[in-house]
Design a protein around this ligand. Structure first.
Ligand SMILES: [Cu+2]
Length: 173
């Protein structure tokens, strides 16, 4: 009986040590999340470009992949902390570069679609003051038919493109 008690004490000492290790790991940066979406639909590389002028709209970019065998269509987007959000596309419309609202955005079966600067994006109006560079918020896409897909986005200052930073790192390495 006595030796059992000693073993028990050793085991709880070990438990305390492993709990401490877990606490350290919890502070490590979170890996890029794939988003909480319907099976076969995933969103990666979500980021938010803050406006150069406070009060102007922010833009959200991401990559969406449809690995199902059916087309899906994004109908609306919401951004946590924004008063409203809209699906937009920057393009040349009758000779002028401008943004227009996308009423639905199809993603074909097997397609990977980029929302990126100079193209498709989610425009977020009336972002609260709480969103600063390095901050995180959540974007939810709603599809025709009612499926939803939520994913985190990290905020970057105006003019900074995290994809360029990633490319430079890849070149150096
Ligand atoms: Cu826009």
């Amino acid at each position: 009986m006595k030796s059992m008690r000693v073993l028990g004490a050793l085991a709880s000492a070990g438990l305390v040590m492993s709990l401490a290790a877990c606490a350290d790991e919890a502070e490590a940066p979170v890996e890029e999340a794939a988003g909480d979406c319907a099976p076969g639909i995933s969103v990666t590389s979500g980021w938010l470009a803050l406006p150069a002028v406070t009060g102007n709209p922010a833009a959200v970019y991401f990559t969406i992949a449809n690995e199902t065998d059916a087309q899906v269509s994004i109908r609306t987007a919401t951004v946590l902390g924004a008063e409203s959000a809209m699906l937009h596309e920057t393009a040349e419309w009758s000779g002028e570069v401008d943004m227009q609202e996308l009423f639905t955005q199809p993603v074909m079966a097997g397609e990977t679609l980029e929302f990126e600067p100079g193209g498709k994006h989610v425009m977020a109006f009336g972002m609260g003051e709480g969103t600063e560079p390095g901050g995180e918020t959540e974007v939810t896409l709603t599809f025709v038919g009612g499926d939803k897909c939520s994913f985190p986005v990290t905020a970057y200052p105006a003019g900074e493109d995290p994809r360029e930073a990633a490319e430079e790192e890849a070149d150096e390495g």
